[in-house]
Design a protein around this ligand. Structure first.
Ligand code: UDP
Ligand code: MN
Length: 387
């Protein structure tokens, strides 16, 4: 063996070391640059809604009137069968949401607070996500002592013109709920929102009906107070960026655009599941969600169809901002008839939804961190779908 080769060995090691060093330096710089880019972007950041129209236009039978909709003058009447709501009065515990402004009024102090200033300058982009340890309810109640009963907060020194209700469909995911509350309250307060969190729990062990729980949340929230819009929120999705504003949308807004579990990509353009926001007027117009989806899947696509049918469109924030971490859970078995229900549902938008919603309100209670609603859901799917 020639001597230069033997001598080469230590040089080879040194060479690799230098290479590794250069690579590390490069990686470090990229990370720092990305971080700076995020931080710099924040300073001059303006939220722009990304409009996204999808699929074919509304079918021919769509009422023409919807094209030039005057939302202030909606004459869409929603009736909920009164007999079945809150029947069991002995176990029903109903209170109303008291707002900070109500207290101010009671105390006789001035109610003409100035409108809240633009908060976009105070947002800083990515926020930390904590998946463990799971906090205790008591520790959260102690930590968020600035909350008003019912999971409500609004800026004490200024007024916000829109009131937001977060509706969380729920059953048997206690750990997720605690992590969700731990994350959301500071997040929403930072955005200077007037908000209330409603956790709508399904009673019993029957198939879960996410969409119907949203309808229940909507109805019960409006009984407690005035809300300008609703944000329907899976309990296992945590927003990663505080520029993702939980404000009221002009058009239905799909919010969970980029989820870590889906490699931060939008799975398909018409998707409306996970987290979505709709104004109260639009939700009424759409007749809410369908009540016919029992078990996993389909209900969000049906809502997507409703939106298109009424010639509204799905708006989205940019993919770099509308980012979420999903907490892990076992996958529920998909409802095998979801495509069938989805297909038949196209003719049922006006029959199936808020105006045939039936449930028993088993419990409604204002906890500090959220308003808890427990509902027994009535199944009328077969009335519609097997005729
Ligand atoms: N959910 C719940 N308990 C259940 C099933 C669903 O609380 O047993 C609620 C919860 O808010 C959850 C949402 O419904 O985030 C959507 O269900 P899931 O997370 O199972 O759907 P996926 O993430 O698989 O689409
Ligand atoms: Mn999930």
């Amino acid at each position: 063996m020639p001597s230069w080769m033997l001598q080469g060995a230590p040089y080879k090691g040194l060479f690799i070391l230098v290479l590794v060093f250069v690579a590390l330096e490069y990686i470090f710089n990229t990370v720092t640059e990305t971080r700076n880019a995020i931080f710099n972007a924040t300073r001059s950041y303006q939220l722009i809604e990304e409009k996204l129209t999808y699929g074919p236009a509304a079918p021919n039978h769509t009422k023409k009137a919807n094209l030039s909709m005057d939302l202030s003058n909606l004459h869409y009447i929603v009736t909920v069968p009164p007999a079945l709501i809150g029947v069991n009065l002995s176990t029903t515990y109903v209170t109303t949401v008291k707002r900070e402004s109500d207290f101010t009024a009671e105390n006789g102090t001035s109610t003409d607070k100035p409108p809240c200033a633009d908060i976009t300058q105070t947002l800083y982009g990515r926020v930390p996500i904590r998946k463990y340890p799971i906090p205790s309810l008591e520790s959260l109640e102690k930590k968020f002592d600035w909350l008003m009963p019912g999971g409500h907060w609004s800026p004490p020194k200024c007024t916000v013109d829109k009131r937001v209700a977060l509706v969380v469909p729920f059953r048997d995911r206690g750990g997720h709920l605690l992590l969700f509350l731990q994350h959301m309250h500071p997040f929403l307060r930072k955005q200077q929102l007037d908000y209330t969190i409603f956790v709508v729990e399904q009673e019993g062990n029957g198939p879960f009906n996410r969409a119907m729980l949203m309808n229940v949340g909507y109805s019960e929230a409006l009984k407690s107070g005035k809300f300008d819009c609703f944000i329907f929120h899976d309990v296992d999705l945590l927003p990663e960026d505080d520029r993702n504003l939980y404000s009221c949308p002009e058009q239905p807004r799909h919010m969970s655009v980029a989820v870590d579990m889906f490699q931060y990509k939008l799975p398909y353009p018409a998707i409306f599941g996970g987290v979505s926001a709709i104004s109260t007027a639009h939700f009424k117009l759409l007749n809410g969600f369908s009540n016919c989806f029992w078990g996993w899947g389909g209900e969000d696509d049906d809502m997507s169809n409703r939106i298109r049918y009424h010639r509204l469109y799905i708006s989205r924030y940019p993919i770099t901002i509308a980012r979420y971490t999903m907490l892990s859970h076992r996958k529920d078995p998909p409802n095998p008839s979801r495509y069938d229900v989805l297909k038949k549902g196209q003719k049922l938008f006006d029959k199936d939804g808020l105006n045939d919603l039936e449930y028993v309100l088993v419990m409604k209670k204002e906890k500090l961190l959220y308003t808890w609603i427990l509902a027994r859901l009535m199944n009328h799917t077969s009335d519609h779908h097997h005729r």
